[in-house]
Write a protein that binds this ligand. Structure first.
Ligand code: SF4
Length: 259
């Protein structure tokens, strides 16, 4: 078998499936981002499905925002691909929430795992890398996996909100994510934290019970702590380190018409 030819044809198939960021696409994204600027999340998700399904995906860490999007997808297009970056360091409560979502909405969030287990990874690095080099740990256990997870996709949705942090304040509703070569849609960007919790409580949407114990933003357990009243919403993530984002939502995007 000619493995060289096989891998060349696989890579040309993958590149043929890629969405190219052209001037026309930039203009289209800018127009829809402007049009949807004050739209409700359901309208933004419905447009995303109509425009990109089945090449639409969503990454969720089962935060309140992700749970709201899952509840909306259940009504709009439950076959939308949704995945979780299962680093091996997630809280048990987070993984149990995946099962509760599946039972309630029939959406099986796919767990995408790194090649090495936590035990193998820590043995390779002589201990937990998240303690000394969390950027590398996030890169190995999240970013690389996300790159693989989105092959063949044209757009991804995220649950980021502009009022979560200064980093996220400029997130467009629809933009081009340079880092992953995908259209990025943030259907909750124009929502507030209280909008999200109001919807969760009114509609009985399942959420992570750790939120009732003082955890506001929940990621991997070694890099998450409870926060106090008045602290920034993401202050409990990588606390004590300069890091505030894992790199998934770095603002390397373009909105076509500018923001
Ligand atoms: S959040 Fe912490 S444990 Fe999780 S991948 Fe990043 S550094 Fe590693």
């Amino acid at each position: 078998m000619d493995t060289n030819t096989d891998s060349q044809s696989e890579s040309s198939e993958a590149s043929a499936e890629r969405l190219l960021y052209t001037e026309d696409l930039a203009a289209e994204l800018a127009e829809h981002s402007r049009r949807l600027e004050t739209a409700a999340p359901e309208e933004i998700i419905a447009w995303s499905v109509e425009r990109f399904f089945p090449r639409l995906t969503m990454a969720t860490a089962f935060g309140p925002e992700g749970c709201v999007i899952l509840a909306l997808l259940a009504k709009i297009e439950p076959r939308t691909h949704v995945f979780n970056l299962d680093t091996g360091y997630q809280f048990t409560e987070t993984l149990e929430l995946r099962d509760r979502i599946a039972a309630k909405y029939g959406i099986e969030v796919e767990l995408k795992k790194p090649e090495l287990t936590v035990e193998q990874y820590e043995a390779q690095h002589g201990g937990p890398l998240h303690q000394i080099n969390p950027d590398q740990c996030c890169h190995d256990r999240k970013i690389k996996i996300l790159h693989d997870a989105v092959v063949g996709m044209h757009a991804w949705m995220s649950g980021i909100r502009r009022d979560q942090s200064a980093d996220r304040a400029k997130a467009p509703i629809v933009g081009w994510d340079k880092r992953f070569g995908l259209v990025k849609i943030s259907p909750l960007a124009n929502q507030t934290k209280s909008d999200i919790w109001k919807r969760i409580l009114e509609e009985g949407i399942p959420y992570n019970p750790l939120h009732d114990q003082g955890y506001v933003s929940i990621g991997c357990w070694p890099c998450t702590r409870k926060t106090s009243i008045g602290e920034d919403e993401r202050a409990g993530r990588w606390s004590g380190q300069a890091k505030t984002e894992c790199g998934l939502h770095s603002l390397e995007f373009e909105q076509g018409g500018g923001i």
